[in-house]
Design a protein around this ligand. Structure first.
Ligand SMILES: N[C@H](CCC(=O)O)C(=O)O
Length: 290
């Protein structure tokens, strides 16, 4: 039923014959969203997916809010044109800076990472560290969401500008990445955190390294896992769960398809077919009218 959905007032009027069969759109600036895609495969194995990586314009984490809102609009506009039934922003930076604005501009339900991540963080601990892109950290989105749920929770955020470029360049095992990680974690370890939130979807790719630096006692919270749990609930509420066999994931990027195929193979376990999509033609005209 629509009435109990969090999308009340922004209903997605489904006109197709079998809306359950429509894909879910999942997007990020690059390979970060693959950590969310992995959760989708685990939790929602029947769903078909369109994955979009805005690789021509990454990293998002050093962009202005205006840019992030515009990029997010363009991606969701394209995804709607591809017939998605729901969109997961598999990008904390977009979720922090653009979700509120774009949610009211589209009919398709859009899920972001911040609230589901904050709910999981509050369940996990009270002394919470958040590592995030500079834009997400500056927005205070996770801190505000966590403290709105539990005003006694203490939250410390660290902007980590070097992580996304290092991950996109596949320098995960580079000793330099370890040095950088230590410098980002040190101020949080000094605060004796009991929980660390991956405030950027790229960071679960560093799970082994981060765990080795944090020790076993700090709980790691992945908002990607939480947003997919929320997606599962929404699909149920909206009667949109796919009961048919899914079609293979469609991958699309704004940059080099070859490069994305190469860099994602280690996370996907196979070489994906990747399309290049030009979002430029969607630019300002359509959105000036909104
Ligand atoms: N993975 C994204 C974007 C990172 C970036 O491009 O800076 C996020 O969760 O914030």
């Amino acid at each position: 039923m629509f009435s109990s959905s969090i999308f009340e007032g922004n209903l997605y009027h489904l006109s197709e014959k079998e809306p359950q069969r429509a894909p879910i759109g999942v997007f990020d600036s690059g390979v970060g969203g693959l950590t969310v895609l992995r959760q989708v495969y685990e939790q929602l194995p029947n769903e078909s997916i369109i994955y979009f990586g805005d690789t021509a314009r990454l990293p998002y984490g050093i962009r202005s809010q205006e840019e992030i809102i515009q990029f997010t609009r363009e991606i969701i506009f394209w995804m709607e044109s591809q017939g998605v039934k729901m969109v997961i922003m598999a990008c904390s930076t977009s979720s922090a800076l653009a979700l509120q604005t774009v949610r009211s501009e589209f009919k398709v339900p859009i899920l972001g990472l911040i609230l589901p991540g904050a709910v999981s963080a509050v369940k996990a601990g009270k002394r919470i560290g958040v590592i995030a892109t500079p834009a997400t950290a500056k927005s205070n989105a996770y801190k505000l969401a966590i403290q709105e749920i539990n005003s006694n929770a203490q939250v410390w955020q660290v902007g980590c500008p070097e992580f996304v470029p290092l991950i996109e360049q596949n320098r995960i095992d580079d000793p330099y990445t370890k040095e950088v990680a230590l410098s980002y974690l040190e101020p949080l370890l000094e605060k004796d955190i009991d929980t660390l939130v991956y405030g950027c979807t790229h960071y679960p790719h560093l799970a082994t390294l981060l765990r080795s630096l944090l020790g076993e006692s700090v709980k790691l919270v992945d908002p990607g896992k939480s947003v997919v749990e929320a997606c599962n609930q929404e699909l149920e509420l909206l009667g949109l769960k796919n009961t048919f066999p899914p079609v293979p994931t469609r991958f699309a990027v704004s940059g080099s398809s070859q490069q994305f195929a190469q860099s994602s193979v280690q996370w996907l376990g196979c070489t994906p077919m990747v399309e290049s999509v030009n979002l430029e033609h969607l630019n300002s005209n359509h959105f000036r009218l909104c």
